[in-house]
Design a protein around this ligand. Structure first.
Ligand code: CU
Length: 81
């Protein structure tokens, strides 16, 4: 997705057992991660109904993935302009 500097991305868990971890190839780069931006390497998953917000304040491209499901292609990227 493409957003503007200062925008917030709002992730919503429709089902349990997923997470949002910044980085590529299953390696956390520790820029952001659900549920609280801590312990990104451990990559805890969250339950249905969880929400996670990240406000992006610098331009750039921010890849992210779901740690348990990256092998299934569960990944994305935020481009901030
Ligand atoms: Cu997942």
């Amino acid at each position: 997705m493409v957003i503007n500097i200062g925008d917030t991305v709002h992730w919503v868990w429709l089902v349990s057992g997923h997470n949002v971890v910044s980085g590529m190839g299953g390696v956390a780069d520790k820029k952001f991660c659900s549920p609280a931006g801590m312990n990104c390497g451990a990559a805890p998953t969250s339950l249905a109904g969880t929400t996670y917000d990240v406000k992006f304040t610098q331009a750039g491209t921010y890849p992210y993935f779901c740690a348990p499901h990256i092998g299934a292609g569960m990944k994305g990227s935020v481009t901030v302009q």
